[in-house]
Design a protein around this ligand. Sequence first.
Ligand code: NAP
Length: 313
Amino acid sequence: MPDSMDEKLIIIGTGPAGYTAAIYAARADLAPLVFVGSQLGGQLTTTTEIENFPGFPSGIDGPELMFNMSQQAEKFGARYAYEEVISVTREECSGLFVVTTNQAAYKAQAVIVATGATARYLGLPGEKELIGHGLTACATCDGAFYRDVPVCVVGGGDSACEEAHFLTRFASKVYLLHRRDTLRASKAMQQRVLNHEKIEVLWNTTIAAYERDDKGELCGVMLSDTQTGEQRPLDVKCVFMAIGHQPNSKIVSSLVDTDPAGFIIRTGGGTSTKTPGLFAAGDVADPTYRQAISAAGMGCWAALEAERYLLTL
Ligand code: NAP
């Protein structure tokens, strides 16, 4: 039997899915406890202006949108815990979820996982040490540090094109390195990149190695032609990685099924998972759309489904 000390609902993650779930759950008087994790506001806090979130005809900054959502949830009674969740398990006897963080363990009757996805890197030697020293996956965070110098972006999707376009504000030249000869990005985004005088797309190109200076800062890359294998150096002061994201599903791995890429498999057409009472929303469970608005929509479903589930206990 649930104890009055137990949380009714824990939400893990504060991207659009987590915040929307928190708004709905808080308005349903569930007083959800929301774990913020290491990236408050999720991926949108690393993006520039969002032009396709309905309701903002002039666009809105990612961090501002997330801040507004956070305030909205808090207004209705959501509580925030600034702790990193390490694992979620379920007690056999009570059926309660145990959410273990880097500081404590919490019990809850239902859990919504909205942990999003984390930027991927190429996996080249020395990559970890270079992050923050000329290698980054966040143009919004780091673009302004690279004024009047050449930089490159790796990837051919919407993120890569958006980042390349954003970086033209600062860099003297932006190379877009794509491993194929056609971009995956939407047509509108492609046009912005292909028509920009500061952006040069290097087709069929990837990075074979990073070059560093004596201080450990990135000072160039060795390019590789993906068709011929031919290599040549490129003088850039920063590499912005935009090759997709890895879903953050590990903390619930014992309770869910995932697809080969790690996305949580939902059951029943909504946000349920194979474990009753555990719901998954947003990018961590969406291999297809991965948009802010679709994540927000899934957060809404998850809260409504969790509310219904709690009524059955
Ligand atoms: P994505 O669409 O999965 O694109 C990843 C890109 O990285 C692809 O071009 C891929 O190449 C390339 N790539 C992957 N692994 C690579 C590797 N090991 N080496 C070199 N290149 C590699 O990811 P995304 O651009 O982050 O977008 C994710 C989702 O968010 C998409 O649905 C996108 O539409 C959406 N999004 C929307 C907006 C917006 O509307 N404002 C902005 C950003 C993102 P291939 O093309 O060869 O596979």
